[in-house]
Structure formats: C-alpha cells, structure tokens
Design a protein around this ligand. Sequence first.
Ligand code: ATP
Length: 259
Amino acid sequence: MNPVISAQNLDLTFTTNDGPVHALSDITLDIDKGEFVSLIGPSGCGKTTLLRVIADLEQPTGGSISVNGMTPEQARIHRAYGYVFQQAALFPWRTIADNIALPLEVMGIAAAERATRVRDNMALVDLMGFENKFPWQLSGGMQQRASIARALSVQPDMLLMDEPFGALDEIVRDHLNSQLLKLWAKTQKTVVFVTHSIPEAVYLSTRIVVMSPRPGRIHSIIDCNLGADRPLDIRETPEFLAIAHQVREGLREGHSYEG
Ligand SMILES: Nc1ncnc2c1ncn2[C@@H]1O[C@H](COP(=O)(O)OP(=O)(O)OP(=O)(O)O)[C@@H](O)[C@H]1O
C-alpha cells in the first residue's frame, strides 16, 4: 500500500533575527490511508511545524515529503486535507452553517450542493439544530465541532488536527474524543493529530509518534492496537495503561537529550 503521507529525512531550520532555529531534524515517517496518527512531545519539539509542513504552510529546508502522492503544494490545491486549529477560528458575524459553507463558497460550489454538505457535516458532528446560531452562542466544544465540520465540508481524504481539544475542560474533551473516534470510524479519513495528552493520544490513535526537542525529531513510534471499539473506560484497562506507560517512557527518554 502506498502511504498517504511519506516524509523522508525532513529537516527544517527557521531563520530568525536571533539566528537559526532547528525545528525538525531527520524526520522519516510513513502514514497509511485510514490511520489515526498522533504526534506527541514536549512544547517546542516541532509537532505543529511538522503538521504545517504536511499542509504546505511551512517549507522544509531538507529531505522530501509527499502527500497523497503529490507535493504538499499540489495536495493543498487539490484540497486533500482539512485543517483544524486549536482555536475554532469561526467568523463571529457568520452563522454556524455559513461558517461551514465558507470554504465551499471559495471553491465556487453551487448553493444546493453547499446546503447538502453543510447539513451532512453538521449531522456528522452532532450539531443539527444549530445552523442559524452564531459562534458566540455555542460552547467551546460545540465551536470546535463546527470547525471540524468546516474542515470536512471540502471532502478531504485527511484531517490535520493541531491540539483541537487542548483548550477544553476534561469532561468536554472526553466527550469530543469519543465523538471523534466514531467520526473517524464512519468516514475512514486519515487523521494526523497533535496533542500534549498521553491518554488522548492512546485513546484515539492507531500509532503514536513520540517526538523529542531541540531539534525536533522522532524518538519512537508506538503501535496502539486497542481495536476499533473503544469505550471511554478502556482507559482503565491494563492494555491501555501499558501503552500509556510506553509513551511516557519515550517522552522521558526524549527529554534527557536536552541540556
Ligand atoms: N515561524 C517560526 N519562526 C521561527 N521559529 C519558529 C517558527 N515556528 C516555530 N518556531 C520554533 O520552532 C520550534 C518548534 O515549534 P512548534 O510550534 O512546531 O513546536 P510544538 O511542538 O508544536 O510546540 P507546542 O506544543 O508548544 O505547540 C520552537 O522552538 C519554535 O519556537
């Protein structure tokens, strides 16, 4: 099977006024279709930068990367992915339905097709009945669900998610985690998900990429074979805790490189 995302020896050094910042070093990673891959690591290890390279928002300074068999630029033009940010970034003067429809308007999709896609994606994230509300009338969790619906509206093959639930309280986060898992099972999208949370990564992922800082590189890649059916209380099982332990050890070892 051809990987959907294939990075070979990626390197990225930012040029700043204070000198070069080596953000990514020698990142080699293949992600197959339908996988749910989390990137986890301490602040500043390059998780967001790697996601942004996949999305063509940053250019690597070394190595190569293909997305859906194309360059990241071609993949962006072909709308191969939807991007979900930590903040929902909805336009306050547009209703929820109009926010979700915005990328479709930009693409020039006809009104009837827009309406169908908005309706389908609002149903997918469980937001039916909120079409005519404005973002500020919704809770943080609902706003984030709307931003996921917006990302899905362009019918991408993959979702790139940068700590989408990081700003939410734990109960809401749990709920959105289980909803996201159902959505992933239903849509079969490939997901690349940035998080700081070990339980979130283990609960959601098929594989976890543990990164270490300065410069950001892959410390280890951990398989997460918990099966498709993951009720929230799976987090108390020995299998879950064993994987969480492995991730924690990886993070700890990665940290010891600093100094
Ligand atoms: N545009 C930029 N210009 C210069 N340096 C940058 C730029 N973007 C990121 N960096 C630096 O690159 C490194 C990696 O940043 P990045 O945001 O990818 O880390 P991260 O793992 O996502 O961190 P966090 O978990 O805090 O979001 C950091 O040292 C950061 O300061």
